[in-house]
Design a protein around this ligand. Structure first.
Ligand SMILES: [Fe+2]
Ligand SMILES: [Fe+2]
Length: 474
């Protein structure tokens, strides 16, 4: 079933059949457009961008590719089709029919889960809003705008749930989503990593690799929800999310490719020389990685959390791949290993599995990131360069959970404050690193041309050539 894009709010939820909901969303819509004009990608108005737009939820052909004049992207509401006879897959309600309306006793928790997810969507657009001014190519500029538009659509997806299922409180939350601002001292976004800056394209690629991947894991856990509309919404969001992580993994790959080529050609690993040659030295890439990995780990929350246990027991939020896990899906008497610092060392101990669900999701996430890092290392090695990127220890640079505020090196060594402070310039991006990366950022907008510090991609978007005119300026 294709969706009529000429409707004021394109949707596959029969909005026309619920006039008061339709009117409420149409009242929210101008606020969204106002937010986009103020906080969306800077200077993009009037550009024609080769974008994909969701037009249906069919597995094949769910999206259209074509030029879209910014900011006329058709933000719509799409839910995956209902699964007949779907039941709650975990917790105390396991086996009962999935809920089509919000169970009264879980209303506050569900709203909180949806608002927290929703808040990240506009936040990342705000964080990325100036990157278009320093794009390394038209191809990259197009990908940036694609991601921004889709995060905007994810906001729509969540706002639909708030309006449709949460009455007046939901409408108020939807308003507040347009009022908070990433990094704002008085009205910040809800989660820490979404108040950090994304000031350059290395940060952007790290963000889309690490932080959009947190999105994937949160959405996958919500896709298991007993609240069926949430499960169906997040399943469709995941379809779009895959491209965001693709941009991250290939973006960093292309940076490494270019740096490794220059290292091999010049037979040097001296950061100063490499910087003088206009490429990003590998230790700097490692420091950016350390930063984005560690702030993203915090997004999963406390290692031990009674909220996480409640969300699971009440059927609101499942585990990654819940359906494929072979256990009782209730976890009452199970354990799960968690880490903590004790006696100057990181030690493992067994915690109740229900309380450790954040930690489990974090571990699943870490597993997933390892594959990307291995891919990056293959690119470095293929160029004959002897260097390997690594993920820092789970306890490194954490602000949330049992490691919060502790001094743990990337290698996992518990240390004193002084030693830690002395190590920081090797472990996290310094002001100098950031200034150097910033100095490379210039705007490249000639079709087929790429900034010096990044290799071209292997192929273009949707079968188009790499030198396709992905953005037309007017
Ligand atoms: Fe998103
Ligand atoms: Fe995303």
């Amino acid at each position: 079933m294709n969706v009529d894009l000429s409707e004021r709010i394109p949707n596959n939820v029969d909005l026309a059949g619920d006039r008061s909901l339709q009117r409420a969303l149409e009242r929210w819509q101008p606020g969204f457009h106002g937010w986009w004009a103020e906080m969306g990608p800077e200077g993009s108005r009037g550009y024609d961008v080769y974008l994909r737009t969701a037009v249906s939820v069919e597995r094949d052909g769910w999206a259209n590719f074509g030029y879209v004049r910014m900011p006329d992207y058709r933000w719509g509401i799409f839910l995956n089709p209902p699964e007949p006879g779907r039941t709650v897959g975990f917790g105390d309600h396991r086996g009962e029919p999935a809920w089509q309306e919000v169970p009264g006793e879980y209303r506050a928790n569900l709203r909180r889960i949806i608002v927290t997810q929703a808040d990240t969507e506009p936040a990342s657009v705000e964080q990325q809003r100036r990157l278009g001014l320093t794009c390394p190519s038209l191809y990259d500029l197009r990908n940036l705008f694609q991601i921004n538009c889709e995060e905007g659509r994810h906001l729509w997806a969540m706002v639909y749930l708030l309006h449709r299922y949460f009455g007046r409180d939901g409408r108020e939350e939807a308003e507040a989503l347009l009022e908070r601002r990433s990094g704002d001292r008085d009205h910040p976004r809800i989660l820490g990593a979404f108040n950090e800056q994304t000031p350059d394209w290395l940060s952007f690629f790290m963000f889309t690799f690490f932080t959009d991947r947190d999105g994937k894991f949160q959405l996958t856990a919500l896709a298991e929800s007993g609240f069926d509309p949430l499960a169906r919404t997040t399943r469709f969001m995941l379809t779009e999310e895959a491209h965001h992580m693709f941009v991250g993994v290939t973006g960093v790959t292309r940076i490494l490719q270019r740096t490794a080529e220059v290292m091999a050609r010049e037979k040097t690993d001296d950061p100063a020389r490499l910087r003088a040659l206009g490429v990003i030295d590998l230790p700097t890439v490692q420091r950016y990685l350390n930063f984005h990995f560690s702030v993203t780990l915090d997004l999963f929350g406390s290692d031990l959390s009674s909220n996480a246990a409640t969300f699971y027991t009440t059927g609101l939020k499942g585990r990654f791949d819940e359906g494929r896990i072979d256990d009782d899906h209730r976890l009452k008497d199970r354990g799960y290993p968690v880490l903590e610092a004790a006696g100057g060392k990181v030690v493992e101990r067994e915690a109740p599995a229900l309380n450790a669900l954040n930690e489990r999701l974090r571990d699943d996430y870490i597993q997933d990131t390892l594959a990307g890092v291995a891919r990056w290392n293959r690119v470095i090695q293929k160029n004959g360069v002897d260097f390997a990127l690594t993920l820092p220890h789970k306890g490194f640079n954490r602000r949330i959970g049992s490691f919060a505020g502790l001094c743990i090196s990337p290698g996992g060594q518990v240390m004193g404050r002084e030693e830690w402070d002395a190590g920081i310039p090797q472990w996290l991006p310094t002001a100098e690193d950031r200034a150097f990366v910033q100095s490379l950022m210039g705007r490249v907008v000639e079709p087929g041309r790429f900034a010096n510090w990044i290799a071209p991609p292997e192929r273009g978007i949707n079968g188009q050539p790499v030198d396709f005119e992905y953005v037309r300026f007017n």
